[in-house]
Ligand binder design. Structure first.
Ligand code: SF4
Length: 392
């Protein structure tokens, strides 16, 4: 596919082209992502939906060039854009990509318990991200605060922080690392500023009494509260692009609704672009502007949320929609299961489960084709229509 999946008027904050990810396991090579093309438009919420094992999470790990071992990106290009600059994440050295992760592109993980360290106070965990990515800003704020103070300690702190802002190689700054008292004079005002920022952020997350919660440990908080802390950490550096990987999967329905509302509110407030991964079509309808449907490592349909729900074309998308429980409608499941990606089906990977499968589907892999503006489908049933129209 040469042009973007999204509308041409919109700016792509991220472009994924011809992406392949493989996992090298003892059982064999898992072909987890197989030629994915996807655009993320600035300011949108792109919902990525599909069954477990469809490659949703792996695709977004590849977008951050952080596919966990034994996985590897074997082909393809991921481009991230900010302020007119392009960053080819698949070609950049790890040290450079690390600067973008957290500050520009951030991720909320599925399981808050795994994302939080049980032995550190939750506030300190959020502050750590701020001290890594926004250290200079915290130093500036600390300087401003210290300017109001009087006394020897205040002026010493001011002098060390001011000099460290100008040059990390300053001899006084180097002393900071060796002498505990000087270290404290340097770090305490900066940490105080980071703490203020965390408390403000926890308040934005709808956490009551954020000052008290700052000093609590993860086990003292409910699942919903833990997820709010994880979201606060992801947002602490004002990312441009936030990837939320099934953030409400293990939460009660009422807590899930609160977190979804919070995410929508924060997206508006921070002006970010959001990628929301889920297997739940209800959540997709609630959250997304556009939807990408994935099946067995392929994107099979992309369109705006109304098109996907009102005029789905791919048999898999139709199957997902028919599987939503509705009063008075018999529940219809998609026959079969997601294939083993060590030996995926030939041609269209959906063909063993597709009631419309043709001979061609077993031999050839359908490309993602734009069947109407902004609506892309990878299915031969609709490619033929496109071909007939163009022949006329
Ligand atoms: Fe079904 Fe063939 Fe379309 Fe695949 S390409 S979804 S098998 S009709």
């Amino acid at each position: 596919m040469e042009e973007g999946v999204g509308s041409k008027e919109n700016v792509n904050i991220m472009e994924v082209r011809d992406l392949y990810v493989r996992f090298y396991t003892y059982e064999g090579v898992v072909k987890a992502v197989d030629g994915v093309d996807l655009d993320v438009l600035k300011g949108e919420t792109l919902g990525i939906v599909g069954e477990t094992g469809s490659g949703k999470s792996v695709t977004t790990y590849a977008m951050m060039n952080m596919v966990p071992p034994p996985g590897r990106i074997t082909r393809g290009r991921v481009v991230y854009r900010r302020d007119g600059k392009e960053f080819v994440l698949t070609e950049m050295p790890e040290s450079e990509i690390r600067k973008l992760r957290g500050s520009d592109i951030s991720r909320i993980f599925q399981e808050p318990k795994a994302a939080l360290n049980p032995v550190y106070k939750v506030g300190d965990q959020v502050a750590e991200a701020i001290l890594i990515h926004r250290l200079d800003e915290m130093k500036e704020r600390a300087l401003k605060e210290l300017e109001r103070g009087k006394g020897l300690f205040s002026s010493l702190s001011r002098s060390i922080i001011g000099r460290s802002l100008r040059s990390e190689g300053d001899p006084l700054v180097r002393l900071v690392k060796r002498i505990p008292l000087v270290r404290r004079l340097y770090w305490n005002p900066i940490k105080r500023e980071a703490r203020k920022e965390v408390v403000k952020l926890l308040g934005l997350m709808g956490i009551p009494d954020p000052e008290r919660v700052y000093d609590m440990y993860p086990h003292e908080l409910s699942g919903g509260m833990q997820q709010r802390i994880v979201i606060a950490t992801a947002l602490s550096c004002n990312p441009q692009l936030l990837i939320a990987d099934e953030p409400t999967t293990n939460l009660d329905v009422t807590v899930e609704a609160q977190i979804l509302e919070l995410m929508k509110d924060l997206k508006k407030r921070f002006g970010m672009t959001l990628i929301y991964i889920t297997h739940d079509m209800g959540v997709i309808a609630e959250m997304s502007n556009r939807v990408a449907v994935m099946y067995a490592g392929n994107v099979v349909e992309v369109g705006d949320v109304y098109t996907i729900f009102k005029k789905p074309l791919h048999p898999y998308t139709k199957g997902l929609l028919e599987a939503i429980p509705m009063p008075g409608r018999p529940l219809k499941d998609i026959p079969g299961t997601v294939p083993n990606l060590i030996n995926p089906p030939s041609g269209c990977r959906f063909h063993p489960r597709c009631e419309h499968a043709m001979e061609k589907c077993k031999r050839e892999k359908p490309k993602l084709v734009e069947v109407e503006p902004g609506h892309w489908v990878a299915c031969f049933l609709h490619h033929d229509e496109v071909m007939e129209v163009s022949e006329e």
